[in-house]
Design a protein around this ligand. Structure first.
Ligand code: AMP
Ligand code: MG
Length: 338
């Protein structure tokens, strides 16, 4: 087995990453959300390598990344007016917009769909790699399918060593959860996956924002999902995670009554677990901190060998909705409401 190279973010490294992508290879790249596995979105063989490296089901589409707004015209049949407004407000940034795809985007890239999800990342290294490659870059999160998304180059290395030639190490991701995914319906926006750009943010563009059922509910296998990624088991650590929905005091009392000594507690602040001597993972008081630390915490659970975990329930508004959506999947939808 070969060892995956870790590159820096200097000009020479960016050029090398772009050369690899141009030659049909897959490279780990940093973005502000999570690390991505990038390849030329037009190159079917290169895109197949992404699916192989991740072990990703072929019907789970990839997001196509651009470095400037003008680059999206050849990728789509039409740019909805609302998409232009959203791009103006939120790009570059953690927002993916679903649009009808042109023939330039191969079906491999779109997971067989006639639409394509497009995003312009705000991470300057990501944009430099795209610009230097001279092509749009298809990139899903750089984890093995089913594992938590990677928020550091070390996470990517742990999953991808020997599977891809190189990773560009841009440090820890600032946002920490994947991009918000939206589609357009009439004069409205449908939220398919919550992220750092929140429902409240989107409402500044139009009041008409619908939250797709798949955001908070477990979808049956027979349901046709609008965002294919939602149906897959995700972010799951080996431990059995249970979300406890209540105030800090209620969480504390619940754990005192129900948690064994060996159980791990995932809390916002130490105060949530005051007087409890269990192992703790502290995510942070704000939604933003929780988003930033969640995936690292889920990986940490495996490293610790945690078997049973009680997690405080994230807020369901703002960026909290994104944290809740990911934690729900990590907990296989086990929630105790107090
Ligand atoms: P990942 O890159 O791992 O965050 O996964 C990308 C996710 O974006 C997919 O799993 C889908 O849920 C969503 N997505 C990407 N392209 C489309 C599309 N054309 N239509 C609907 N959802 C999409
Ligand atoms: Mg993913």
């Amino acid at each position: 087995m070969f060892e995956t190279k870790i590159l820096g973010t200097d000009e020479k490294s960016v050029r090398l990453a772009a050369e690899l992508i141009k030659s049909g290879e897959v490279v780990g790249i940093p973005t502000e959300t999570v690390y991505g596995l990038g390849a030329d979105a037009f190159d079917e063989a290169a895109v197949r390598k992404i699916f192989a490296a991740k072990g990703r089901p072929a019907d789970n589409p990839l997001i196509v990344h651009v470095s400037a707004f003008d680059e999206i015209a050849p990728l789509v049949i039409e740019i909805p007016e609302l998409a232009k407004k959203c791009a103006e407000k939120f790009w570059p940034g953690p927002l993916t917009m679903i649009m009808p795809k042109s023939n330039r985007i191969p079906l491999v890239t779109s997971g067989g769909l006639d639409t394509v999800g497009i995003r312009m990342p705000s991470n300057s290294t990501a944009r430099a790699v795209i610009r230097e490659s001279g092509c749009p870059i298809a990139a899903p999160s750089a984890n093995l399918s089913g594992s938590p998304s990677p928020t550091t180059a070390q996470h990517v290395f742990a999953d991808m060593n020997g599977r891809i030639p190189a990773i560009v190490d841009g440090g820890a991701c600032g946002v920490g959860v994947e991009s918000t995914v939206i589609s357009f319906e009439g004069d409205g926006i449908r939220l398919l996956r919550p992220g750092f750009i929140s429902v409240e943010d989107l409402k500044e563009v139009t009041e008409n924002v619908m939250v797709d059922k798949g955001v908070l509910e477990m979808l049956g296998n027979d349901v046709k999902v609008s965002s294919p990624g939602m149906k897959y088991k995700h972010y799951a650590p080996k431990a059995e995670v249970t979300i406890v929905d209540g105030s800090s005091m209620q969480f504390n009392e619940f754990c005192k009554a129900n948690a064994d000594e060996s159980d791990t507690l995932m809390v916002f602040t130490e105060a949530d677990a005051e007087g409890l001597y269990n192992r703790k993972i502290v995510l942070g008081a704000s939604d933003e901190e929780q988003a930033q630390h969640l995936f690292d915490a889920l990986r940490e659970l495996d490293v610790m060998g945690a078997e049973k975990v009680y997690a405080r329930c994230p807020r369901k508004t703002g960026v909290g909705l994104a944290v809740y959506n990911r934690l729900l999947r990590a907990a296989a939808f086990r929630v105790i409401h107090i």
